[in-house]
Design a protein around this ligand. Sequence first.
Ligand code: GLN
Length: 493
Amino acid sequence: MTELTHLTLAEARDLLAKGETSARELTAAHVKAIEGAGELNALITQTPEKALTMADASDERRRKGEVGAMEGLPIAIKDLFCTEGVLTTAGSHILDGFKPNYESSVTANLWDAGAVMLGKLNMDEFAMGSANITSYYGNVRNPWTPEGADKPLVPGGSSGGSAAVVAARVAMAATGTDTGGSIRQPASFCGIVGLKPTYGRCSRWGIVAFASSLDQAGPMTRSVRDAAIMLGAMAGHDPKDSTSVNVPVPDYEAALTGDIRGLRIGVPAEYRMEGMPEEIERLWQEGITWLKAAGAEIVDISLPHTKYALPTYYIVAPAEASSNLARYDGVRYGLRVEGESLDEMYENTRGEGFGAEVKRRVLIGTYVLSAGYYDAYYNKARQVRTLILQDFQDAYQKVDAILTPTAPSAAFAVGENMDDPVQMYLNDIFTVPVNLAGLPGISVPAGLSAGGLPLGLQIIGRAFDEETLLRVAGVLEEAAGFDALPPFCGKGA
Ligand code: GLN
């Protein structure tokens, strides 16, 4: 029989349906794979007992004929999602010991669909980062790090733990969150599929907030079909999140028809960045050729405000973060470092509890929201954000989806891009505009770099048209035929 940890969600679902495996057997194989994957440092909390209990309950439901969309499938959860009674840290020291007494809506939906939780995944602190090097719990190692390399490669960020476990066959799938690229960029760096849904598609309730107008949860999987299955289970209207949109959740898997004949695919001129590595440009061209061969029409488009996306993001996101993170004061959650006065206690707690990147963002955010600079920075950024959205709206008059690279490079080694935050921020150049416009985007592994590392292509869709997005992604996946395995692969069964 195929190694259980190498199955996709769809394959495991079929084996379970045929009675050829059980949730317990699948879960036990993944628990074992996690035990052997310590060197990745991808999990902050392992929950093997909870996993086996959930698996048994799933097998029991199946015996009674109750089978949810994710029935018996073992997945892992980014540590930004509150999980009832299970440590939730957001990768930060300041949330030490925080065990929520509630469950996030997205994870609750997944458990209702029958999924099994293996544990909580390492991530950049408060989801701020592109390399998973800002976590209080240490760096995550990319499973694609070549054997014998002097420095490990980064898995991307902020959902670096999620991408690493899925790529390394340690979890069958994982949740991620994406504020400026944190699902798609690590997916690209680790050779998996990562989907950021339309803003409002998945509830943000119970997810530790970074930048509330940008944050969105999504699936990280090993196939486009799996992304469709998992998104269907995660999505849905939630009265507890006023920004969650009340539109029906379609059958995403049914959208994978493989037929994109007549679809118009836009290629934005402004994404052809100066200094972009030749191999990224080549892969993009290949993607264009594949979609054309499948019957799509390729249309040159312009998104003229693209060059303002990063500066706009790095005003809006820190502004919202500085406000969201004000709640961590040593009184209500986690860490408390005493002081002589209440003010000193706040200062000590926040001074010790937050890492350098989080402090940088809080300072930037506080500055751009301050009385003297609010109009010059924050309000200006909001206006530019509208122009970026209008660019996309104009483009979608002419096209049905847009094809771009996901990231400007393959995974880099720990230590690179580290002394210059702006260099690090450039990682998100192709992903950030999508969050600013609230659109859905997906990264599909499409090829290998000269150094043998995975590279992703991104498809950007119309708001709430994840179906077309997935359909095009499925065709791209098929044409690319990416089947390389990382040097580190979990041993489960
Ligand atoms: N890398 C970006 C940042 O550091 C995006 C992070 C994210 O999407 N959560 O803000």
